[in-house]
Design a protein. Sequence first.
Lengths: 482, 1093
Amino acid sequence: MTRSMTTRLAPLAFIAVLASGCNDFLDVNDDPNAPVNARVDVRLPAVITGVLHSVYYGDPPLWGVEWMQQTSYNRTTRSYDELHLYEVQDNSPNGWWSFYYADILNETKLIMQESDPQADAAYHGLARFFSAWTWATTTDMWGPIPFTEALDPAVATPAYDDQQMVYEAVDKWFDEAIAEMKAAASDASVRKPGANDLLFGGNMAGWVKLARHVQARHRLRLSNASWANKQTQAQAALAALQEGLASNADDADFQYSGETDGRNPLWLFQDRGDIFKVSKRTVDMLTDRTDPRLPIMAEPALSDGAYRGHANDASPEPDSSISQVGAFFTAEDAPVNVASFAEAKFIEAEARLIVSGAGAADAPYREAIRANMQKWGVAAAAIDAYIAARPSLSTVANPLEEIIREKYIANYLKVEPWHDWRRTGYPQIQPVPNAVIAGIPVRIRTPSSELSNNEAHVMATGINPGLDGMLYKGANVWWGGN
Amino acid sequence: MRRWMLHWLLSAALLPLTVAVSAAQQTGTVTGRVTHATTAAPLQGAQVQIVGTQRGGISDAQGRFLITGVPAGSQTIRVQFLGYSAVEQPVTVTAGGTATVSFQLREEAIALDAVVVTALGIAREERGLGYAVQSVTTEKLARTPEVNLVQALQGQTAGVQVVQSSGRPGATSRINIRGQGTFTGSGQPLFIIDGVPVSTDLDNEGMNPLGTGSAGNRAMDFDMNNVSEISVLRGAAATALYGSRAAGGVVIITTKQGQAGSSLRFDYSTSAAFATPIIEGYVTDWSAGRDRLLCDGRLQSQGGYCQPGYPTTTGYESQTLGGSGYPNWGVHKDSVPADVLQALGSVNFEDARRQYYQTARSLENSLRASGSVGNAGAYTFGVSYLDQGDITPTGKLERLNLNANVNLRFSDYLRSNTSVQRIATHNPWPVDSWNGIHHTLLHVPANVNIRKGYLDDGTPVLWGTNTPHPAWIAENEYMESNVDRWIVSQQFGIDLPGNLTLSNRWGLDTYLDDRRQYQNERSWRTAAGQTSGGTRQEKINRNQINNDLVLSLNSTPLGGSLTLSGLVGGNLWMTERSRVAGTGSTIVIPDYYNIENFQDQRVFADLPEKQRLLGAYGQATLDYNNWAYVTVTGRNDWSSTLPGNANSYFYPSVALGLVFTDALKLQSDWLNYGKLRVSYAKVGADAPPYSLTSRYGSANAPGAHFGHYQFDPTTIGFPFRGQVGFIQGTQLGNPNIKPESTREYEVGMELRLLQNRARLDASYYDKKSFDQIFRVPASAASGYTSIVRNAGDLRNKGWEVSLQARPIETRDFSFDVLANWTRNRNEVISLAPGIDNLILAGYSWPSIRIMESLPYGVIWGYGFQRNCVETTSDVCYSNQPKGALLIGDQGCVSDRGGSCYGLPLRTQSQIPLGDAMPNWLANFSTQMRYKAFGLSSLWDVRNGSKILNFEIQYTMGRNGRHIFTNDRYEETVVPGVNVKTGQTNDVNLVKDPQYFELMYGYDRHENQIEPGGFVKLREVTLSFDVPPSLLSRFKFNRGTLFVTGRNLGIWSDFSALDPESDVYGGSSGASQFFRQFPAPQTRGFSIGFRAAF
């Protein structure tokens, strides 16, 4: 009897499941590991980190560090990209292109859509600021980009817009974002970020200054753009700087944790220190000018303690005989500076040079050098001596070149020198001998994913999607005017 | 002792019956033996029947049988045994007397009235089927002993392609049935063991196939000693009852079962195998160095030597592995200068892999007991232990299988079957693929001694600042997988009135895979203030529960020559997978891998991912006169992965089998049997779990790596500085997904010819898969990088032909052949709107992709510019041949730097370089028997496939190790047309590094494509059945000695000889066409002994 009980039960169990409702049984398609939504306050750290660490200090921008000959590759090892020869494979920009759009631009759009414009004005404003900054960076890298049709999942292949359209919209968004952030700062009922603000710890005033700084940077960037007026852009930059950084204390320094998954990207220069060395061009320039910043920017060569750079594209030299990049910049937990008072003063110097001439530029030029040296911890006497040795901008043949050269040093290991070089041609840099294209890149290569997934619109831009497209100087980009 | 007990029990149980019968009439006894006709070995389990009576018996382990109560007079005795031709003999029985008669059985050339296992494990007569089924029996499997179940299917049936991903123990063997039926899915068949769906999955999450290689798939767990029969269901009509999970075909495995009424028997087998690597394809005649100046491949700081005159300014490092400057461009072995010999004593030239690799040694033992408990049931218990060695000191596959199967008949209407398998697998392996030891070893110049891994003071030998010696790597960097697995099933069956049977079977497959990855401290990095050391320790938990409740109608005559059989059933299936992983980086104290011993630690845990399915199905077969059969099936599934309001889908099949020789009475001496098969089926499939919505997840902010792909980028993961960070995923879910569909037509014919000495079976199929569910790539500018969609049609059609014959048969000798031929034509009819190709394997360049209107698997990369071919260049000299290579003119500067004068020019962009799919596949097996000796062979042929050999890229100009550089420094003129002048190229070049680099290296993908076809003599086995006279002395009933040789012959045009590899471990159908530093395949032999007692 018990036997037949057992055999009856087995099918019954099955029938019981059926009877208990197929729908309950089948209702398991809700991923227990990934929510369908998340509060804005836990999304902000991802956006801040994404923009500062990945967009601003990510790969395409930092390729400029090698191209501007601040560092020099000291191997012949076949790497994935021979960046030191200006080779960028068609797929190398894919991940970055997708991070800009599908991570940052889409996420900031969603935050703006989903947050309450009143109660969450702070988050709303921050999202708009990061969106604007990332849009500007995207067009800085590629020129024409999908803009008006972008970020709409219904449009799988968005058309490309020219850079002017992006820049004009972005400048307005900076203003709107700043207005929202100011309003949030003065309204106690608005929810504001705190510790989840990984840059300013919730200080909205800091964000307003940073936003104005970035806006000034991009306004000045258009000084040679074919569609913009040099004077207007310089004045607009000066106007933005009014609310920008006022001292080194206002600098935006993004702090790394120094742990795995939390390291300064330049740490690779130290951890793989045998590969990227300081460029001979940089060491020679600093030595010529007896610049007291050299021991900060470079480490003495292990073999003899001398400061010695490696010529870009030269045959590899023994590791011990060349200087590594300074530990000040490459420590695991070294902060990364995304905006400095020194840079603000350089922007001011250049803008005043355009608006009022060299005489007006000299003071901010000197303040800029001083601010940078103070930040890097140069002794006061050495600072005074160096600045005193600089001729007045009114007396030099090419004051712009002087400004940009000093700015190039102060913006060591950042993307800004490449941007400045693209629009001014300073400092003068020769392409490396074995370059695979006929010049230093002025644009990042078209991602192959775009060529695969949006080919018609890529081709409609008329820009060569191959390596030669990295020399693109069309009239509708800001670097084209140079 | 126990055996005697069981014997006694058995006879005691039968005794009353015998007595009762003998009292009723005048009877006698028949006794005798059943033996193998050529080997004279006893055959256990043969059915002995007195024709026309109910009397009968089964032969015991010695082949003996005893039948009592046989009515006196002339009787005919019939002996039947599966796989052997039946034999009848007359005998005269006297009342109270004993007649003795012996039977010699011969293995059937062609199985007549074969019974095959079909869907749901239902055994059906092959003649009634309307689709092709090919099964592989124990005898055939024993002929070519394999430790991997998928590998064992190689060369056994038509329509099936098996590719072993590498020679590593535990490496995945990928199986493809009737071509690739899915774009991005694995396309692997459903495996069923004793009615239970089991996982053969790769569980590759967290692995980086291109970086560190793949784990092996879970087919490595199964014990081949426990397999009785494997049945391969190829077409949709054959698999329709299994539903969506069977879109890639079904492999049904029946394990060994005890036989009711048989006596206790032990089966023992033991074998030892030895294998050596196949390492052809690389130069061994040239030393380290450059410009024909020798170096010894050691760092200067570690006492390296370079020939006088060598430019030391570039550092000795670049001549070593880590430098990969020009490491293999030193002197030829026949022209080592005297001063070098004086300095070094002697210079030996030998492939470093020959020095490093060892002979892989394996041992396998298996013991099984089976028997019956009277007529109440039968049992089998087995244990197998495999210790498979590798050619590296690290690799290994240790496997312990315990299994039990018990059949019980509780009453004449109620029975049960219980099957339990317990599996423990230990599988360590050295890091594979790009970062792997096999890659490192490829580069070692032939004069470098790699036997010495440490300097005299104990410091590791380095080949560059961060390239340690392989011996150091073997001890310090490896991975392992440890699996604990249960596969259990329980079935009850009840016979009901009205010829009905109700049965229910629960099955469970559950395992825990404990994965570990070890990277020890690199002390030289610590000394330089740099980081090293890491571990990943992961537990993957998977389980799968399946239940089938089936009410079946056994064959029931309907009158008028019609017979009906059928079933209705319900299926419940649920699967869960979860994992927890911890990682540590920057090791503190060397050699200790507890995660606490790492500076940075992280923990990841995934809650169970669930997928469930309910199905209801039915099948009916109408049999007319035993020569016409129609089978219809229908199944409806409800899946958890589809939208709640549209989660139900139905699919039907119909199959017709017509034995036309019976219908039309066409039998003749040469045509004994002919059958026509026609079928049509439609099968649906659901979506991957969680495809309907977009999700938030913990963010990862990528960091710069300055174009250096081999760097670990400085990604920021959350929590970061105590803050969590979430971000929306980049895949857009789709709440409107509908099921994907496959429909297939199949026609086939089977003929048995020449008095059943030959059998020809041919099938043609046409399978179209449409509305495929996959992540359709989108422009990231849309906000998402992919969108889950129903898109794309894929078509496979082809021929499968099998020929089986016994051309020779004499008293002591027989010769059998089986040939299978398969030709599959695949076409990607459409992808998704706006998408013209999809990357399946490789890098963005080169890669294997799929493209619209081309076969699945297109090699994609940079080609060469060609005359008058618009897709590669805009140059056209009409007086020169179309398609001729365009050659650089004087002053030409290559895209790689340096001169390209006289060398072909690369295309500006990547182009499709040809499809990789084979033209046809064939395999051929033979078996000869002479008295007690057997000789079998298995041949395998792949025709017309192409492989993108990524190894060429890295072993060419700069490296100088590939065999293509063996004719270096000879003069040559590249045939082609000068791009500027239009004249035929006449530039005389010396084959120097620049030549090889611009012809084959780096992005010259067109020249990196190699023919992937081959002819392989996969196995040759010589067996010897030990004579019974010798065996009886050791109380054995059967004993077979065998020697097997594997991969004894490979014929191919592939530079590394054996083109079979798969760095992705079979996760994609296209990855077998992309070669990147696999563990070498091996050749070797095994020797073994099988006995029964």
